[in-house]
Design a protein around this ligand. Structure first.
Ligand code: ATP
Ligand code: MG
Length: 428
């Protein structure tokens, strides 16, 4: 028996019925980023494992247990990228993009994490992300949040998503806070779960992020990061919040929001929804002022965010706000030699109307069968080239979605006029 292959666990195919939603998202994303002056950078999927260890941090979930790492043929340890920031900083440094200049960059593409697959959580998933270099903020943080507000509105999900913010302070203030937190949590050592006990030494802030309900009370009583902020970070955070309010953006301060990656300082935030269960974080970001230096560059401040496209589209679907996939014309034809004539007519239309979404019926069949296909295709109108039309150089036009519109016949010369009106106004 021949072996049947299946996709690798957690690495789903994206099927043709879903791809149009991805296209729409990607097209809007390009428009959005360009309207804010961001430029795309395209980054490789593989990087040296050491890059992620150094940037994300050795004792983070991602590096400890979520990376797809392997040895290349020449013995170097490589990893499929689990996120985009590390590679983006690496590339920006390698190509001297950060020298005395501000950079507003964006990227998109697949990311890989060895997690337990479930709805909204995959081993290959896709992100779009933004990184801005050379800006101290907090105006730039606010710019990023305003971009996302626009995106949520466009997706139609703004009522189901909310913004949570926090400040981690400077690395120095975080050190002081960390000690206080370890002192506090150590009192409850015997009540902590195994994960949290381990983290107490390695990454105690992450305990605040624990989803274990048994720890909820302990976490609620823990010292708050904001109470230990240094003066400059405090001002940064307050100004950030003020700008958000002035821009009409609602937010909630969440003292337990620490993010899983080591490189963050000061501002951190997440866009969350309660519509996707445990996969409720759709977009997350923050400031990472020392990463560039850590990776061998000079002291260049940076801030960015990443959005999971699968989760954004799942949320849109959960709210039933999917824009329907549309096609304009399905070209139906019947009669002697109609196949060739239809193909040539369609080519001419495509020459004249590059934006027209046109399907030519292929494979023959009765009018009835062809109309059925036309219906399924999502096209708004059918152009019909039957025997009469072919003999009289006319085209019949039938509206497939608006039943009150009568079928009409126009001469081929009038098709351009018809399409001008249709494409400009969406109607006859
Ligand atoms: P979570 O807490 O859900 O694991 P995260 O904090 O690990 O998320 P980030 O590293 O901040 O996620 O990545 C940014 C965004 O990428 C997330 O908000 C989410 O939308 C998306 N994302 C992260 N991991 C996955 C995954 N395994 N599958 C699908 N989307 C993901
Ligand atoms: Mg995660």
């Amino acid at each position: 028996m021949t072996e049947k292959f299946q996709a690798i666990r957690g690495m789903p195919d994206i099927l043709p019925v879903d791809v149009p939603f991805w296209h729409e998202f990607e097209t809007y994303w390009r428009r959005l980023t360009s309207s804010y002056g961001y430029e795309e950078i395209r980054l490789p999927i593989l990087e040296a494992t050491a890059l992620f260890k150094r940037s994300i941090g050795e004792v983070t979930d991602i590096v400890e247990k979520e990376m797809f790492s392997f040895e290349s043929r020449d013995g170097e340890s490589l990893s499929l990228r689990p996120e985009g920031t590390a590679g983006c900083v690496r590339a920006a440094l390698e190509h001297h993009l950060l020298h005395h200049q501000v950079q507003r960059l964006w990227y998109q593409g697949p990311m890989f994490r060895y997690e337990r697959p479930q709805k909204g959580r995959y081993r290959q998933f896709h992100q779009v992300g933004i990184e801005a270099f050379g800006l101290e903020g907090p105006d730039i943080e606010v710019e990023h949040i305003l971009m996302m507000v626009r995106l949520w509105k466009w997706l139609g999900v703004e009522s189901a998503i909310s913004l949570q913010v926090n400040s981690l302070g400077s690395f120095e203030s975080r050190k002081i806070y960390r000690e206080k937190l370890v002192d506090y949590l150590s009192q409850y050592y015997h009540e902590l779960d195994a994960d949290s006990r381990r983290r107490l030494q390695t990454n105690p802030l992450r305990i605040l992020d624990s989803k274990n309900p048994a720890l909820a009370n302990i976490i609620a009583g823990a010292p708050k990061c904001q109470d230990y902020l240094d003066a400059a970070s405090k001002l940064h955070f307050e100004t950030f919040l003020q700008y958000l309010s002035q821009a009409g953006v609602h937010y909630k301060i969440n003292s337990n929001l620490v993010r899983g990656l080591d490189y963050y300082n000061r501002t951190v935030y997440e866009w969350v929804t309660d519509k996707l269960g445990a996969q409720g974080t759709v977009c997350a970001g923050g400031r990472y002022d020392s990463l560039v230096e850590q990776l061998g560059g000079s002291q260049i401040k940076a801030v960015g965010f990443a959005l999971g496209i699968e989760r954004a589209l799942l949320l849109q679907r959960a709210l039933d706000h999917c824009k329907t996939v549309e096609r304009d014309v399905y070209l139906i034809h019947l009669g002697e030699g109609s196949e060739k004539k239809a193909l040539l007519f369609a080519e001419q239309l495509r020459n004249d109307w590059p934006e027209l979404r046109l399907i030519v019926h292929c494979g023959g069949g009765s009018f009835k069968a062809q109309f059925k296909r036309a219906d399924q295709s999502g096209a708004k109108i059918a152009f019909i080239l039957g025997e009469t039309e072919l003999a009289t150089e006319t085209v019949s036009i039938k509206w497939l979605r608006e039943t009150e519109q009568e079928q009409v016949s126009i001469s081929k010369n009038e098709v351009n006029q018809f399409l001008t009106k249709y494409l400009r106004e969406g109607k006859q």
